[in-house]
Design a protein around this ligand. Structure first.
Ligand code: NAD
Ligand code: AHE
Ligand code: ZN
Ligand code: ZN
Length: 369
């Protein structure tokens, strides 16, 4: 069949809206009509050419919500008509990683996913006879896409797609980093670096668990009102701190933070986030994704003296199990999503969504098909 999609034909070029060819689902796969998709900074990271796994031409997008329209042979866990959220971190419930209970990083299809292909090593997308690659196993910048059944979470039917698409990455990543990765306890003092689509969800996660001090750090002063709306108690703009930022944050948190979260993808800020942690026990969680060739550095003494560096992918969430629960939390009014979706647009205007992100004007742009 034909489907309308925003294709990244080359790195660092605007996406082009074209009709691509999409093959139907094979065994264990489902076709989903994507109703809405968010634009995450990771889409921009890959579009820009900074992603070492970046492969072109590709259909980006990994923050979607939609409805199953066709199932391939042997599909058991979902049916036509089910409302689903695509999962870039699948949950097969049978690989060594899933069974370990120590990680959410299911590896069942990771190798082919990283090469832009379905588990059988082929792509379902093509354009004028040429292969177009899948992205993060999702490709939600296409109106219709094909996914393995282990990479979709079934959600309640009354959840609005144009809002809960954000659970497909940003909301789950932010709240999950607090609850699953850091396991922040009530009363903790925390610092969040980067108050965008991810950082604001870290902030609302910290409010949810009863953190005491929630310091937000961003170069964009407009982000102060956003942080405060979701629970931030203090705001720091590093460009306005006279001296050393680490010393400033350590003093503000009376000895260093119990937990810090890097939600930017800047390796210099990652160092600051670690060193702003409390001696003896402070934990710094890296969420931001850094470009090819970039590395983190600190004095080993920072770790010797008890600070801990951790990373978090998809908030440590097991998608098929946890995503429906996060959608329920939204529907029950326990977490906010609507205010963070600052812009909605048609697929034809998706490049404007990237521009708004670059200019720091949007928190989340969402494409509605
Ligand atoms: P965003 O563009 O919405 O937000 C980034 C924020 O960082 C902006 O508010 C910006 O002003 C601020 N910022 C930039 N440089 C700064 C600096 N030097 N100091 C302080 N603030 C600064 O991006 P997002 O969608 O929130 O994504 C944030 C990061 O998280 C990206 O690297 C993205 O790729 C990554 N990410 C990771 C995961 C994961 O599972 N680990 C999931 C989603 C996104
Ligand atoms: N491809 C990059 C890494 C990108 C990355 O770290 N992705 C995160 C999700 S970001 C969502 O917005 C992730 O889940 N990583 C785990 C994984 O297995 O990819 C690179 O550096 O090669
Ligand atoms: Zn994302
Ligand atoms: Zn698995």
């Amino acid at each position: 069949m034909k489907t309308r999609a925003a294709v990244a034909f080359e790195k660092a070029k605007p996406l082009e809206i074209v009709e691509v060819d999409l093959e139907g689902p094979k065994a264990g796969e489902v076709m989903v009509e994507i109703k809405a998709t968010g634009i995450c900074h990771t889409d921009e990271f890959t579009r820009s050419g900074a992603d070492p796994e970046g492969i072109f031409p590709v259909i980006l997008g990994h923050e979607g919500a939609g409805i199953v329209v066709e199932v391939g042979p042997d599909v058991k866990s979902v049916a036509v008509g089910d409302h689903v959220i695509p999962l870039y971190t699948p949950e097969c419930r049978e690989c060594e990683y899933c069974l370990s209970r120590k990680t959410n990083l299911c590896q069942k299809i990771r190798a082919t996913q990283g090469r832009g292909l379905m588990p059988d090593g082929t792509s379902r997308f093509s354009y004028k006879g040429e292969t177009i690659y899948h992205y993060m196993g999702c490709s939600t910048f296409s109106n219709y896409t094909v996914l393995p059944e282990i990479a979709v979470a079934k959600i309640r039917e009354d959840a609005p797609a144009d809002k809960v698409c954000y659970v497909g990455c940003g909301v789950t990543t932010g709240i999950g980093a607090v609850v699953n990765t850091a396991k922040v306890e009530s009363g903790a003092n925390c610092v969040v670096f980067g108050l965008g689509g991810i950082g604001l969800n870290v902030i609302q996660g910290l409010r949810l668990v009863g953190a005491s001090m929630i310091v937000g750090v961003d170069l964009n002063d407009d982000r102060e009102k956003w942080g405060r709306e979701f629970g931030m108690t203090h705001f720091v703009n590093p460009s306005k701190v006279g001296g050393d930022l680490v010393a400033h944050l350590v003093e503000l948190t009376r000895g260093g933070a119990d937990y810090t979260f890097e939600c930017i993808g800047n390796t210099k800020v990652m160092r600051t986030a670690l060193e702003a942690c409390h001696k003896g026990w402070g934990q710094s969680i890296i969420i931001g994704v850094a470009g090819a060739g970039e590395e983190i550095a600190t004095r080993p003494f920072q770790l010797v003296t008890g600070r801990v560096w951790k990373g978090s992918a998809f908030g440590g969430a097991r998608g098929r199990t946890d995503v429906p629960k996060i959608v329920d939390m939204y529907m029950n009014g326990q977490i906010a999503i609507d205010p963070m979706i600052t812009h909605t647009m048609k697929i034809e205007d998706i490049n404007t969504g990237f521009d708004l992100m670059h200019r720091g004007e949007s928190i989340r742009g969402v494409v509605v098909y």
